[in-house]
Design a protein around this ligand. Structure first.
Ligand code: ADP
Ligand code: MG
Length: 297
C-alpha cells in the first residue's frame, strides 16, 4: 500500500523546516505532499463531507503538522483546528496530535500541566484582574520578573521588568485590550538555557543557547547554539516534560539556576535549523523515521 502523507503548515510556500522534513520523507521513499492550511476548503452537511485543496479531495494516512501559524483572530484559529480535526476523525495520523498541539500553544496551561506532573517550573501568575497581579507582585517582592504573552514564540513580546509600577501601567493597557499577561519570576540563568529536542522517548539532540546582545536565549533573538550533552537527570526532565504534554516530539526549553532546573516551555512545532547547525544531527530524518514508525503501527 502506498502511504498518503503530507507535511502540513499554514503558509502557501513551505518554510525551510517543512521543506527539510519533506525531503527526509522522500529520502525514505515516501510520496509526500505539502498541505498549506490557507489553501484548504472544507464542506460538511447534506451529503458533503470533504476537505479539498483546489478541486482535489484531501485523503491522507498521516500528516506532520508543523504548526497552526500566526493567529490573528479566534475564528482563524478555530477554522484551522476544524480542518485538522476533520483529518483526525477520518483516521489520519497527525504528529503532533491535534489536541496537544493546541494545548502546547498555551504557555499557562503548559505550566499547569507540567507542574501537576511534578515538573519544576518558575513561579508564574496570571489574571485578568490588575489588582490580583499587582498584589502578587508586591507580596512576592520580585526584583526582576518576566512579562510574556500567554501564547507566542521566538521570544517575541517577552519582556524583562524590574519595577512593579511599570508593570502596572503595561498590564493595565494590555487588560484594557483584553490581553491577559503572564508574569514569571526571572530565573537567573548563566546567560544560556538548554534546548533539548525530544523525539519519542529520547533526547536526540541538545544545545546550550547563549544569549547574544539580548537577555533572551531564542535563536530568533540572536542567541548562539552550542552543542552539549545533558546530565541524565536533565534528559529525563525533558522527556517527562514532552510526555506530560502528550506529544510525540518537542523542543523543551530548560533554565538552569544554581544547579536547579526549571522547564520554561514545551514547543510542539519547534524550529530545528539552529540545532542542526550546532549539533550536526539530522533532525528531519529522525522526525521522518519516528513519524513513519508511528504511522505504520
Ligand atoms: N522566567 C524566565 N527567566 C529567565 N529567562 C526567561 C524566563 N522566561 C523566558 N525567558 C527567556 O526568554 C526566552 C523566551 O521565553 P519563552 O517563554 O521560551 O517564550 P517563546 O515561546 O517566545 O520562546 C527564553 O528562551 C528565555 O531565554
Ligand atoms: Mg522558548
Amino acid at each position: 500500500m502506498v502511504l498518503r502523507v503530507a507535511v502540513i503548515n499554514v503558509y502557501p510556500v513551505p518554510p525551510k523546516s517543512s521543506r527539510l522534513i519533506i525531503r527526509a520523507l522522500k529520502d525514505k521513499g515516501v510520496e509526500v505532499k505539502y498541505l498549506p492550511l490557507q489553501f484548504i476548503g472544507l464542506s460538511v452537511g447534506e451529503g458533503s463531507f470533504s476537505l479539498q485543496i483546489g478541486d482535489k479531495e484531501i485523503e491522507l494516512d498521516g500528516g506532520i503538522v508543523r504548526g497552526l501559524g500566526m493567529i490573528s483572530t479566534i475564528g482563524q484559529f478555530y477554522m484551522r483546528i476544524a480542518f485538522l480535526r476533520f483529518l483526525e476523525l477520518k483516521g489520519t495520523y497527525l504528529m503532533n496530535p491535534l489536541d496537544f498541539l493546541i494545548i502546547s500553544r498555551n504557555k499557562l496551561e503548559t505550566l499547569v500541566r507540567l507542574y501537576h506532573k511534578g515538573i519544576p517550573v518558575p513561579f508564574t501568575f496570571s489574571s485578568e484582574n490588575i489588582k490580583y497581579l499587582y498584589t502578587v507582585l508586591r507580596e512576592k517582592g520580585l526584583k526582576e520578573f518576566v512579562l510574556k504573552p500567554i501564547t507566542g514564540s521566538r521570544g517575541y513580546g517577552t519582556t524583562l521588568l524590574k519595577d512593579p509600577d511599570v508593570f502596572y501601567q503595561i498590564a493595565s493597557l494590555l487588560l484594557q485590550n483584553n490581553i491577559p499577561p503572564l508574569v514569571q519570576r526571572f530565573v537567573h540563568i548563566p546567560q544560556r538555557d538548554i534546548r533539548a529536542f525530544v523525539i519519542g522517548d529520547r533526547v536526540v539532540a541538545s544545545m546550550y543557547r547563549y544569549s547574544n546582545g539580548c537577555w533572551k536565549t531564542n535563536i530568533a533573538q540572536g542567541a548562539i547554539g552550542v552543542k552539549t550533552s545533558l546530565e541524565p537527570e536533565v534528559e529525563e526532565l525533558a522527556i517527562r516534560s514532552m510526555q506530560a504534554m502528550n506529544l510525540e516530539y518537542a523542543g523543551v526549553d530548560i533554565a538552569e539556576e544554581n544547579g536547579r532546573f526549571y522547564v520554561l516551555e514545551v514547543n510542539s512545532s519547534p524550529d530545528f535549523e539552529g540545532l542542526m547547525k550546532a549539533t550536526g544531527i539530522d533532525i528531519p530524518r529522525l522526525l521522518a523515521e519516528h513519524f513513519l514508525m508511528k504511522l505504520k503501527k
